[in-house]
Design a protein around this ligand. Structure first.
Ligand SMILES: [Zn+2]
Length: 385
């Protein structure tokens, strides 16, 4: 009997995304967002464990224990850090993760000091006053060295900064400024990758609500240091055979990312994704009529790259939600997130790509061959059998 298509609780997805966006989590300061995600997993009745550093490995049990699947998204975001306390009572800052100083200009932010105190402020160009510098503002290049953080406190010298408890290395979280429009557009910083986390949670909820059994165990991995390159390298068990990462697909000229659907990445800067697993995801989209496109990314790496570089012998693929102006003032659309959550949920419920024997290290006879016949031909073939 054909399985029913999954239905994503879009209100849940939106609510979780909004609360995730409002929980600051620059790489290195992720404890709060980890606690938040654990609380959501508790509510969904999904068991999880934490790694030493706080990455989350949750499990949706399947009818077969092995080989296991995983879907992964990162909880950490871009941010900044105090580089120096300046004589003028302001702060010099460096980025956490890779993002342009251009997008930091004018950003409202919070400084998190060691004793738990927080201070509000704004990151500004050194030449910020229009009435003083006039066209000089436009002549100053966008660079992190040309920025400083203005704190909303009575503070005009370095001693006051020190006495307030501000130190070199304090974390700075950038205000996300989320805006959910009625027509489905979602604007915010840090949609990368909180939309991925929300999509995984919504997919898991849909799978649980459907009552359908998972053929294989599926881990839900929430990593905490992707933006600084570590990704899913340390949260994988040896028995995970395949991993689907969820991250942003860039909307830009010459990109083929689907703004209102899911995008299956074929290759990123680290090379092609696993052909079998990628084809499996494309087949799911076609079979379940989920809007999708295929894309190739140039300046891009995800949790998958880190997992492979760490020496894991696993198949990896990447599913993307649409993201305009990535690592800047980002925008996605609710339809794209719905499609991504559906792909993930259907993947969790899908039959194994290979028989148990084919997916372990072994004889050449057991090594899988890709079926090059078209999906239509395969369906006709199956009907005849
Ligand atoms: Zn990302």
């Amino acid at each position: 009997m054909a399985q029913e298509n999954l239905c994503i609780d879009q209100q849940y997805l939106k609510d979780v995304l909004e609360r995730l966006l409002n929980t600051p989590s620059p790489s290195g300061m992720t404890d709060d967002v980890v606690r938040f995600t654990c609380a959501e997993l508790d509510k969904l009745g999904i068991h999880y464990e934490l790694t030493r550093r706080g990455a989350i490995r949750a499990t949706l049990p399947g009818t077969h224990y092995s080989p296991r699947r995983a879907v992964a998204a990162h909880l950490d975001t871009l941010g900044a850090m105090v580089k120096n306390l300046k004589e003028n009572g302001r702060l010099s800052v460096v980025p956490i993760g890779h993002w342009s100083a251009r997008f930091a200009e004018g950003a409202k932010c919070t400084i998190h000091s060691d004793d738990g105190k927080t201070f509000r402020g704004t990151i500004l160009p050194l030449k910020a006053s229009g009435h003083t510098y006039n066209e000089g503002i436009d002549e100053q290049p966008s660079a992190w060295d040309n920025l400083e953080l203005r704190i909303d406190e009575v503070c005009a010298d370095v001693d006051t900064l020190w006495n307030m408890g501000i130190r070199v290395g304090d974390f700075i979280s950038i205000d996300p400024q989320p805006e959910f429009n009625e027509n489905g557009f979602i604007n915010s910083r840090h949609i990368d990758d909180k939309a991925g986390v929300a999509s995984i949670l919504a997919a898991a909820k849909a799978v649980k609500d459907s009552g359908q059994p998972l053929p294989l165990d599926c881990h839900l991995l929430f990593t905490i240091s992707e933006e600084v390159g570590v990704g899913a390298s340390h949260v994988l068990h040896g028995d995970v055979a395949e991993m689907v990462s969820v991250d942003n697909g860039t909307i830009a000229p010459l990109q083929n990312t689907c703004e209102y659907g899911a995008t299956i990445a074929m290759q990123d800067s680290t090379g092609p994704f696993d052909r079998h697993l990628t084809k499996h995801l494309i087949d799911i989209c076609m079979r379940k009529s989920i809007e999708f496109s295929r894309d190739v990314f140039l300046y891009y790496r995800s949790d998958s790259a880190a997992a492979l570089e760490a020496g894991n012998d696993i198949r990896t693929a990447l599913v993307c939600f649409a993201l305009d102006a990535s690592h800047g003032y980002e925008r996605t659309h609710a339809k794209s997130l719905d499609c991504v959550a559906r792909v993930l949920g259907e993947y969790m419920l899908s039959s194994p790509i290979f028989s148990e024997h084919e997916n372990v290290i072994g004889e050449i006879e057991n090594f899988p061959m890709i079926d090059n016949t078209s999906l239509e031909q395969q369906i006709t073939k199956k009907k005849k059998l």
